[in-house]
Write a new protein. Structure first.
Length: 418
């Protein structure tokens, strides 16, 4: 069996091509909006953590960050490593091999960039990176993981004040337009609205995964989503991280959400149907959420206890192309929930319902209704009387109108306005 140090050396050699070439550049890269946010934190000492669903481009973002730092650092001062097959590794072993390769470099002097991928696979990673951070204050550390790494109390305490977290989501619609080289339609959205709607339907089928941008074969898309994302998370990532006993039940719960996005989830009833305890079902939903496969929306209320007790809605990060074809309105709503980063909906005992409630700065309430067909105002009028928001937004496919406090706007004008 190959000695550990030799394995590390060979991986360093393979995954750090700038050491040999002297430079590095990603080809055919379309800028992600989140990169512009991350760049603002390069000058801070804190660790930058990129977290999110599998295949959303976290590694590509790291490589783009490396490309940026190559403008000011020597190639040898930049290190990339993935913990994909190294769960038991010690950071000191990596540092030791790095020093043997570059004995002339002093890690206590000058600036360095160390990038680490898939850190959630490293046992006690938070303790190991805390030591690295505290020992070498001049090393800028970038890490990535396919799980929400910092939801656990112990991890938050260990890295408190030492880390900035960024969620890397699938492409939003504007990014998808650039990734598919269709930015010319942005010059006049009113003129090209038919092309935009057609492109949006393609976008829904790909779920915004960068590697699927521009692919129209639904069989390929389905296979990619199922085998490269869902199955990897359900049968590999989650069991490794959370010691799940019954992954088939976990997959079944996800399927329920995928095929019925946005339904009110009665956990007690679901637990009974699955012959499980309510506690186990709640735990499995939590695992799916921490792995970014689903999003939970709370029923909006100014009474926090009531809000926590009310039934929640769950939306899947992934919807298969066949569902988009069969139920476009539901998939349209699902995509907007994710792109607007919704946290709340509204529904009362009389079934007055608002799809999305955004809570902005100073707790400003922004109610949003999503309509692909006829617009009914009963629920909207009820909500306006009860909560008196400054404005209610209705997002449509094409209709546009302004009525006092109600703003009706096509989805493309709302999503592409920034």
């Amino acid at each position: 069996m190959m000695e550990l140090k030799e394995r590390i050396r060979l991986i360093f050699k393979e995954t750090n091509p700038w050491w040999k070439k002297g430079n590095f550049q990603l080809e055919n890269y379309s800028c992600r909006l989140i990169l512009l946010e991350i760049e603002k934190f390069f000058s801070f000492k804190q660790i930058i953590a990129l977290v999110g669903l599998r295949r959303t481009g976290k590694t590509t973002l790291i490589l783009k960050i490396i490309e940026f730092f190559l403008q000011t650092l020597k190639p040898q001062q930049i290190l990339y490593f993935s913990f994909d097959d190294f769960s038991q590794l010690e950071i000191e072993e990596l540092i030791s091999v790095y020093r043997e390769i570059f004995p002339e470099l002093n890690l206590k002097e000058g600036k360095f960039l160390f990038c680490f991928d898939e850190v959630q696979k490293l046992q006690n990673w938070q303790e190991k990176f805390k030591r690295l951070y505290d020992t070498y204050p001049n090393i800028k550390i970038i890490i990535s993981g396919s799980e929400s790494l910092f939801l656990r109390k112990k991890i938050k305490e260990t890295l408190a004040g030492r880390i900035f977290e960024f969620k890397v989501l699938p492409l939003n619609f504007k990014e998808y337009i650039y990734f598919t080289k269709n930015e010319s339609i942005l010059s006049n959205t009113q003129l090209y609205k038919e092309e935009i709607l057609k492109l949006y339907k393609e976008f829904l089928k790909t779920n915004g995964f960068p590697e699927l941008a521009g692919i129209k074969d639904t069989m390929i898309i389905h296979k990619y989503l199922k085998e490269s994302v869902i199955d990897k998370i359900i049968f590999q990532d989650i069991p490794q991280l959370f010691k799940v006993k019954n992954v088939d039940i976990l997959a079944e719960i996800l399927d329920i959400i995928i095929f019925s996005p946005g339904q009110l989830m009665d956990i007690t009833r679901l637990a009974k149907e699955l012959s499980l305890s309510r506690q186990v079902v709640s735990l499995y939903l939590d695992y799916l959420e921490k792995s970014f496969l689903i999003k939970k929306l709370y029923n909006f209320s100014k009474n926090l206890r009531k809000q926590k007790r009310s039934l929640k809605k769950y939306y899947p990060a992934i919807i298969f192309p066949s569902i988009v074809e069969d139920n476009f309105p539901l998939c349209f709503e699902n995509s907007l929930v994710w792109q607007l980063d919704a946290q709340f909906f509204y529904r009362n005992a009389y079934k007055n319902e608002i799809d999305i409630i955004l809570v902005g700065k100073n707790k400003k309430i922004i109610p949003i209704e999503i309509k692909t067909g006829r617009i009914e105002l009963a629920s909207i009028n009820y909500f306006m009387k009860k909560y008196r928001p400054a404005e209610i937004i209705i997002i449509t496919l094409d209709k546009e109108e302004k009525q006092k406090q109600i703003k009706i706007i096509p989805f493309y004008k709302y999503l592409l306005k920034k």
